[in-house]
Design a protein around this ligand. Structure first.
Ligand SMILES: Nc1ncnc2c1ncn2[C@@H]1O[C@H](COP(=O)(O)OP(=O)(O)O)[C@@H](O)[C@H]1O
Ligand SMILES: [Mg+2]
Length: 363
């Protein structure tokens, strides 16, 4: 039985559908990340699970029980917001204890739970402080602590790190990763538009786009086998190079030829089609390596060299609209104007049909 199950869930604001027919099962103890561009419906979906937004159609089940009409407070769910939502006039201790006092939990039990949560989040030295006497990262930890003391079955996080500066964001991300280890039975759903957070925290990632699920999978699955052009372009940094190509489907094979390139055709599985279409060939910047001109998949002129310390990124003009990016380790020296031939292993190439769906790779 799934901890949380969404069946054909939709949501509209007036005539505008913002969540379209979502199906998703989340297991107990799983850490699931919803990722997608701003406005794609991540917060709306999370708030529907929390009970803060109504569901227009479909079924939400929590632990096997239909929950569409269960009041938010009775769902066993705790939500951590981007804005912390702490009580400014209360100490950290009182902020942590508040929901338990409301629920008439006895004093000794409250004290024990508050101290346990504070220890888990390294907040012990700050229990007497007010929120304004804390850094952003400490405030966010108090907000997370409030979810912990409630011993909720499910934690929902809505972009909890987006108000923190870069260094604090990394530190707090690591705290959340540790929290996941310490609370293995707690199901967590985490919303972010940051794919690094998604890749590092998630057991499974749900990629959302315009209110629909584009793909669900483990982080490496999405990276290695994106199901479509949207996921290919969204997961990975710098993004996958996407090059126009022609596709010829012929029985059990599809042949990809890059426009203008000298390379021979590359074969993918066709799924039994026999037609031709314009498609897209995808190759990640880190998959490209230097080759002889004869073996090149791509040949281009170096337009820009970015030295990032541990890596060098080349921007190549290959005669198409977008530059091709290639990532090398720090020892490679290039100059603007160099002509560079590049190739990649066939296993690291991706092909997409005219509709943007990934073609099956041949092993
Ligand atoms: N209360 C509301 N009324 C009308 N439209 C809304 C409301 N809340 C969100 N929306 C719209 O729904 C879409 C999804 O919003 P949201 O879930 O906040 O996206 P995300 O969290 O992925 O950035 C957006 O187009 C947004 O403008
Ligand atoms: Mg949002």
């Amino acid at each position: 039985m799934s901890a949380i199950s969404l069946k054909d869930i939709s949501k509209s604001y007036g005539p505008v559908e913002v969540i379209s027919s979502i199906d998703l099962d989340i297991e107990k103890g799983e850490f699931v990340v919803f990722v997608g561009p701003s406005g794609c419906g991540k917060s709306t979906l999370l708030r529907m699970i929390a009970g803060l937004e109504g569901i227009n159609s479909g079924t939400l089940s929590i632990d096997g029980t239909v929950a569409n009409d269960i009041a938010p407070a009775r769902r066993g769910i705790a939500m951590v917001f981007q804005s912390y939502a702490l009580y400014p006039h209360m100490s950290v201790y009182e902020n942590l204890a508040f929901s338990l006092r409301i629920a008439h939990v006895d004093k000794a039990e409250i004290d024990q739970r508050v101290r346990k949560a504070a220890a888990m989040l390294q907040l012990d030295p700050y229990l007497k402080r007010r929120p304004r006497e804390l850094s952003g990262g400490q405030r966010q930890r108090v907000a997370i602590g409030r979810a912990i003391v409630r011993e909720a079955k499910v934690f929902l996080f809505d972009e909890p790190l987006s108000n923190l500066d870069a260094a604090l964001r990394v530190a707090t991300r690591i705290e959340i990763a540790k929290l996941k280890e310490r609370l293995p039975g707690t199901t967590m759903i985490y919303v972010t538009h940051d794919q690094v957070e998604a890749m590092t925290l998630a057991d499974r990632i749900v990629v959302l786009n315009a209110g629909r699920i584009e793909q669900v999978g483990r982080p490496v699955e999405l990276y290695e086998a994106p199901a479509n052009l949207f996921v290919a372009g969204f997961i990975g940094s710098p993004a996958m190079n996407l090059l126009p190509c022609s596709l010829r489907h012929d029985g059990d094979r599809s042949f990809v030829t890059l426009a203008g390139a000298g390379a021979g055709a590359i074969a993918f599985g066709s799924g039994g089609r026999t037609d031709k279409e314009a498609g897209t060939l995808g190759v990640r910047p880190e998959s490209l390596r230097l080759s002889t001109p004869e073996q090149a998949l791509l040949t281009g002129t170096v337009d820009l060299v970015e030295h990032l310390g541990e890596v060098t990124i080349l921007y190549l003009d290959v005669g198409s609209e977008q530059p091709v990016l290639a990532k090398f380790d720090k020892t490679k020296a290039f100059n603007r104007g160099d002509i560079v031939s590049l190739t990649a292993d066939a296993a690291e190439l991706h092909a997409f049909d005219a509709a943007g769906a990934a073609l099956q790779r041949l092993a």
